[in-house]
Design a binder for this molecule. Sequence first.
Ligand code: CO
Length: 285
Amino acid sequence: MLEKYERAGEIVKKVKEEVVKLVKPGVKLLEVAEFVENRIVELGGKPAFPCNISINSDAAHFTPKRNDERVFKEGDIVKIDIGAHIDGYIADSAITIDLGDHEDLVKCAERALEKAIEVVHAGVNTAEIGEVIEKTIREFGFRPIVNLTGHGLDRYVAHAPPTIYNVKVDKGVELKEGMVIAIEPFATDGAGKVVERGECEIFSLIAVKKLRLKQEREFVRYIAENYRTLPFARRWVNVSDVVLARLVKQGVLRAYPVLTEVNNGLVSQFEHTLIVEEDGCKVIT
Ligand code: CO
């Protein structure tokens, strides 16, 4: 199991190194997302979720749509979040690429992640991790995003317990040896909170329910076979907006609308997946 996590981690690490060179003003977002997703497959894995490309005030859950023409621009602060899995065992990691002049904001999230990793070992409480992240980000003069968190990873589950807050919380949980977790500090010069904006290109299967319409049943079967409970991109599948909306409404699919900073603050993010060890941890991405 841990060996599969580590193989997924190796793939994410390699793709991350390669994508840094690709993100430049004028390059299409879609080109980068497809590069990431195809490269994961070439390296022997499968995408654990669509490549997230969140620019400026967007913090998470943006992925390009089919035939998306949008390009990176001079000045953008770009977060790329990559997930790969081997047999359901997921590695999840994110980096910020600065196409502008946001050096401190980028450094702040990176430093917060480093500091958080330093305190991880079996027996540490997640409250302590949140406190370290918040303190580091505030020292830089920025704010942590309170409603985006790190998380555990489980087989075919990209966001499993425990929740790892990016701020000090009253009561956390104790990490145990062998747990696989992702820590992902988000920093902003805005208010420190994300809200949904209209766009939504990512979905996942919640539960297979009895469905009345054949079209719905066939689509759900396809998703269950190909992605199980992992998130998929709208552009990966052939389905009408009507069917998608109906499945969301019936509680069969979960929708992941783009999350953007409430005051339109700029956002930076870094993320690593790690295995908790008795006396520390092993970063696999
Ligand atoms: Co994550």
